[in-house]
Design a protein around this ligand. Structure first.
Ligand code: ZN
Length: 257
C-alpha cells in the first residue's frame, strides 16, 4: 500500500499564515459572513430566513423607527429573538486564538450580534453598535437585551416606563450616524495595521468599506477571507474565498506547522 499522502497546504493559506507571522500589528475587520456559520443569515442577502417578506433597508431605518415604531419592532423584535441565543463559531474562536498568540491587536466588526465578545475577543470595536442594550430616546434610561421584552406595549412598541419615550436598540440603523468614538478608533487601528485581516465582509458598505484604503495608504497590507468578490480583491496580498470556518482553521493549522 502506498503511504498516505500529506494534504498540501493551499498557497493562499500559506501566504496568509506567513503574513500573520511577519506582521507586527494585525487588525481584523469582520462582517456578516463570519456569523453565518452561527446560524445568523446575512442581513443583506434577500430571501434568507426571516427577512423574506421585508426589505431591511426600508424597515430598519431611523426614519421608519420614528414614523412607524410598531412596524419597526414587528421586524426587529424577531431579530432580537433570533440573535439572543446564538453562539460564536470556530471562525470567531480562530480570531481569539490569534489574539492569544499575540498575532491580533483588535477586531473591528460591522456585526451587532456580540459574538466576538461572547467568543472572548479582548478588544472589539462594534462600529454598528450591538444588541446588548436598548435606550430610551427621551431620557437616559437603558436596558439589557433580556429586559427589553417587558417594555412592549399593546401595540408592540417598546416604551420607556418612566417617560413614555420610544425605546431604541443601541444599533446603528440605516440613515443614522455611526458612533464617532468607535469610528475614530477604527480609523486609527486601520492606519496603524501592518495587516488588515478582512473576514466575512464584502467590503462594500461605507464607511467601513473605506478602512482598507487607510491601511493601504499607510503602507499596510490586506488579507481577505470571504466568499464572493470584493472591490479590494486585486489589492489583497492574500485572498481566500472558501468557507470562513474552513479557511481560518486551515490558517491556524498552517501556523502550528
Ligand atoms: Zn425614558
Amino acid at each position: 500500500m502506498p503511504p498516505p499522502s500529506v494534504p498540501e497546504v493551499p498557497t493562499q493559506v500559506r501566504d496568509l499564515a506567513r503574513l500573520l507571522r511577519e506582521s507586527e500589528t494585525v487588525v481584523a475587520l469582520t462582517g456578516a459572513g463570519i456569523s453565518v456559520p452561527s446560524g445568523i443569515p446575512d442581513f443583506r442577502t434577500p430571501g434568507t430566513g426571516i427577512w423574506e417578506d421585508v426589505d431591511p433597508m426600508e424597515v430598519a431605518t431611523i426614519a421608519a423607527f420614528r414614523h412607524d415604531p410598531a412596524r419597526f419592532w414587528s421586524f426587529y423584535r424577531p431579530r432580537f429573538e433570533l440573535l439572543a441565543d446564538k453562539l460564536p463559531n470556530p471562525a470567531h474562536h480562530a480570531l481569539v486564538e490569534l489574539e492569544g498568540r499575540g498575532m491580533l491587536t483588535a477586531v473591528i466588526t460591522q456585526n451587532v450580534d456580540r459574538l466576538h465578545r461572547k467568543a472572548g475577543s479582548g478588544r472589539v470595536i462594534e462600529v454598528h453598535g450591538s444588541i446588548d442594550t436598548s435606550s430610551c430616546t427621551m431620557c437616559p434610561a437603558s436596558w439589557e437585551l433580556e429586559e427589553v421584552d417587558e417594555l412592549f406595549d399593546a401595540d408592540g412598541i417598546a416604551t420607556c416606563p418612566t417617560c413614555l419615550g420610544y425605546v431604541k436598540p443601541d444599533v446603528v440603523l440605516f440613515g443614522e450616524m455611526l458612533p464617532e468614538q468607535a469610528m475614530t478608533e477604527a480609523h486609527d487601528l486601520a492606519r496603524s495595521a501592518d495587516l488588515l485581516l478582512c473576514v466575512g465582509s464584502s467590503l462594500e458598505v461605507f464607511p467601513v468599506a473605506g478602512l482598507p484604503d487607510l491601511t493601504l495608504a499607510s503602507g499596510g497590507k490586506l488579507a481577505i477571507v470571504t466568499q464572493g468578490p470584493t472591490p479590494y480583491d486585486d489589492a489583497a496580498s492574500a485572498r481566500l474565498d472558501g468557507d470562513v470556518v474552513e479557511e481560518l482553521s486551515a490558517v491556524l493549522a498552517a501556523l502550528q506547522g
